[in-house]
Ligand binder design. Sequence first.
Ligand code: SF4
Length: 134
Amino acid sequence: MTPTSDRPVPPERMCPSTPADNATVFLGMITPAGRVAYVTPAMPAEVAVTAAAEADAPVEARYRLAGPCVTSRCGFWTGEHCGLGERLAASYAEIAGEPEADLPRCAIRRTCRWFAEQGSAACAACAHVVTDAR
Ligand code: SF4
């Protein structure tokens, strides 16, 4: 018999800056000014991957994609949390101070790894991130 538990199952955490081969959600588009224009409600990653298929640049250079956090299979995983989210939030705070009260509307906040660990400071930095898929 399978043991039962009343404990809630923690949500799967999403990486908000993942390469196309791990992506499930089309998170946003990189604008000419280098900011992320978030796509809501959530759209499948295939929409961005298909749109970028004919372009010279890799999909990650034009779009932001999200997918399941792979924890220890990612070089940014510290063993306990995402080191990239931590670093981004810290450097944004150093440059810009307190994050704006209005968070960007994005499709994954409820499960986002960076937001869960860094709070609104991660969102302020997130809008400036272009995924390095090398
Ligand atoms: S860091 Fe904030 S804005 Fe970026 S994907 Fe996560 S919840 Fe959304």
